[in-house]
Design a protein around this ligand. Structure first.
Ligand SMILES: Cc1ncc(COP(=O)(O)O)c(C=O)c1O
Length: 390
């Protein structure tokens, strides 16, 4: 019998499906000797000097709330970084908000700018939290299919077909989790043109902007007229190996940021203070660390991508983030059964692609943010497994 208190939980939250990944992670936790390509976070520990900066701040007695907007010096460093990376200027006093990861920033952006029944367009497959965050804001998710044939790019023509009079915004997250896809300049130009034509807001999650291999990252912010209709989301979790510190930020025109700030002020107050000092150090002295980690991810990326293709799992070249997204439907197994049997029979954990949306089905996500040696061993085991299925 269900515990009766469940009835008291809100209808909106009860209607949310539980994360497809969570059940899988429970399985992983219960199996010994697993090589996990499952969790999407850096294997690196946060660089020493960044950890030291946080420890120093605590020793110096910096243990109070910061401004609701975040530490002013950190906002200045963010403004400088965004200007350097994107050539776009934001006022640290009114247009930058330090949040508890990109996760909070996305939630604030959605809640501050959508009404019940508004439609938000999002690529399918995408990061597992996008659809729930949209639903929790009261808006409706409108998935737009992407596929391997087009390198999982979100193409403007497909977005155009999804626009209705109720469309309020586009949520784009490229480099993409789970596919590793990046957008081409023509995709960005086309999507920006649609946003301008239909007066849409764009939330752009660029948490993986530094983790690109080959062409430099391009952003929707690079497109003319987009600064005024974009909420730019970024953070420290991936490029600086700082997932546990919980720092991210949003940049947006002051009139919108002020609305996001109200929700932040009443629900969170301010991001963790030592973490903000760590983030400040990351943006002022962390560039060499980022370059070192990118080089290592690139080496690993080439290994898993070539091994997957060699073992018969067709895989397009991932150009960003730290994920490979090979097709497994050719083995005759669904992505869920493939992942479950791979875990049971060879103790390698990958995530079923369908956890990221309907159009992720038939693929699995393999995160290569783990050591080269472990990746080699995981590929051996996978090749053995796939060989048995053939
Ligand atoms: C695309 C994407 N956005 C946001 C996040 C969450 O970022 P943060 O740790 O800054 O909350 C993740 C984490 O996996 C992600 O993959």
């Amino acid at each position: 019998m269900k515990h009766p208190i469940r009835r008291l939980a809100s209808q909106r939250v009860r209607a949310l499906p539980a994360s497809g990944i969570r059940r899988f992670f429970d399985l992983i936790a219960a199996t010994e000797g697993v090589i996990s390509l499952g969790v999407g976070e850096p294997d690196f520990v946060t660089p020493d000097h960044i950890r030291e900066a946080a420890i120093r701040s605590i020793r110096d007695g910096e243990t109070h709330y910061t401004s609701n907007y975040g530490l002013h010096r950190l906002r200045e460093a963010i403004a400088a970084q965004v200007e350097r990376q994107r050539g776009v200027t934001y006022d640290p006093a009114r247009e930058i908000l330090v949040t508890v990861g990109v996760s909070e920033a996305l939630d604030l952006a959605l809640r501050a700018s959508t009404e019940a029944g508004d439609e938000v367009i999002v690529a399918d497959p995408s990061y597992v939290a996008y659809a729930p965050a949209i639903l929790l804001s009261g808006a409706t998710v409108v998935p737009v299919a992407t596929d391997a044939a087009a390198g999982f790019r979100l193409r403007a023509a497909d977005v155009a077909r999804a626009i209705t009079p109720r469309t309020r915004a586009l949520l784009i997250g490229f480099p993409n989790n789970p596919t590793g896809a990046v957008l081409e300049p023509e995709d960005l130009a086309g999507i920006a043109a649609l946003a301008r034509e239909h007066d849409l807001l764009v939330y752009t999650d660029e948490i993986y902007d530094r983790l690109v291999y080959g062409a430099p990252h391009r952003s929707i912010l690079d497109e003319p007229g987009m600064r005024e209709r974009t909420v730019y989301l970024n953070g420290f979790s991936k490029a600086y190996a700082m997932t546990g510190w919980r720092v991210g930020y949003a940049c947006a025109p002051a009139e919108l940021l002020e609305q996001m700030m109200k929700i932040h002020q009443y629900t969170v107050m301010s991001g963790p203070t030592p973490s903000q000092f760590a983030a400040l150090e990351a943006y002022t002295h962390g560039e060499d660390d980022v370059l070192r980690m990118i080089a290592e991810y690139d080496r690993r990326r080439k290994l898993v991508w070539s091994r997957f293709n060699a073992m018969g799992l067709e895989c397009f070249e991932p150009r960003g983030a730290f994920y490979c997204f090979p097709k497994v439907s050719g083995t005759g197994l669904s992505d869920e059964v493939f992942s479950e049997r791979l875990l049971q029979e060879e103790k390698v954990a990958v995530v079923p692609g369908s956890a990221f949306g309907e159009h992720g089905a038939g693929h699995v996500r393999a995160c290569y943010a783990t050591s080269y040696e472990k990746l080699e061993e995981a590929c051996e085991r996978m090749a053995r497994f796939v060989g048995r299925l053939a």
